[in-house]
Design a protein around this ligand. Structure first.
Ligand code: G1P
Length: 273
């Protein structure tokens, strides 16, 4: 049973400076909704109601967003503007939010390990909010992954094919396709050079992890860029047991980059506004 979703949200968002100087990058809006709210909606669509958010300094706006703003509610009560708050109110009612702080920025693996206190000993989902996923024709990416997890009961990462010239931005896997779109991972490399990449199957910011990952992360030395990498811990997990990679249905926008952010903004404006 997966009941919790971890959101690593401590990063600085340097690519969006100066916008992210005093504002968390997870609060950047696509049209009128912050990135992290899309992430929470996706978790909820996979029937996950406990949101565990790993924050850092300067991230208090995230906590305020998932809380009631009494002053604002009073101001717009009875006006047509009230409807703008319907979605976020409903999220706050349906979900619980808990927070912990990552004190030092030592990489995604370290951020996930910082969340252990909120997760405990159960399988959990991870959403990187700057990867925005959309699948209007069917189930959300996390809901699809949940089904894969329920069938195989091991860690699952979401993957997509990227151009070889792009592999240096991602964790890249190789593996044997055991079912349509489901690969048993046999290698995983964090941000490889083109010539060192095991394939062009790139991991995107959606994971389902079994809790033994925490012990592995504790033993994982710093890797690429001197950071503790979830990719390295997952490779260790796949040597000990099994890790699956799932080619999801839908479209993913890299909203951690200006290009992806603008593309998502345009698409979402056209489709949903
Ligand atoms: C992180 C992971 C990488 C993964 C990517 C997906 O990198 O380290 O393995 O492919 O997220 O977005 P980041 O984009 O935080 O540098």
């Amino acid at each position: 049973m997966i009941s919790k979703c971890l959101f690593p949200a401590a990063g600085y968002g340097t690519r969006f400076l100066p916008a992210t100087k005093a504002m968390p990058k997870e609060m950047l809006p696509i049209v009128s909704k912050p990135l992290i709210q899309y992430g929470v909606e996706e978790a909820l669509s996979a029937n996950i109601k406990t949101m565990a958010i790993v924050t850092g300094r300067g991230k208090r706006a995230i906590e305020d967003h998932f809380d009631i703003s009494y002053e604002l509610e009073q101001q717009i009560k009875g006006s047509s503007k009230e409807s703008y708050l319907t979605e976020i109110r409903s999220l706050i009612q349906q979900c619980t939010f808990s927070y912990t702080r990552q004190i030092e920025m030592k990489g995604l693996g370290h951020a996930i390990l910082s969340g252990e206190t909120l997760i405990g000993k159960e399988p959990f989902a991870v959403i990187l909010a700057d990867d925005l996923c959309d699948n209007p024709q069917g189930e959300s990416v996390l809901a699809q992954m949940r089904k894969v997890y329920e069938r195989y009961r091991c860690s699952v990462v979401a993957i997509e094919e990227v151009a070889m010239s792009e592999v240096y931005k991602y964790g890249v896997i190789s593996g044997k396709e055991i079912d349509s779109g489901i690969f048993m991972v046999d290698n995983m490399v964090e941000k490889p050079k083109e010539e060192e990449a095991p394939s062009n199957l790139a991991v995107i910011g959606r994971y389902i992890l079994t809790p033994d990952i925490f012990d592995i992360l504790r033993q994982t030395p710093p890797g690429k860029n001197g950071e503790i990498q979830i990719t390295d811990a997952l490779l260790e997990q796949c040597k000990k047991g099994m890790v699956l990679a799932y080619k999801f249905q839908g479209k993913r926008y890299d909203c951690g980059s200006i290009d992806g952010f603008v593309e998502a903004t345009n698409d979402f404006y056209r489709k949903y506004h």
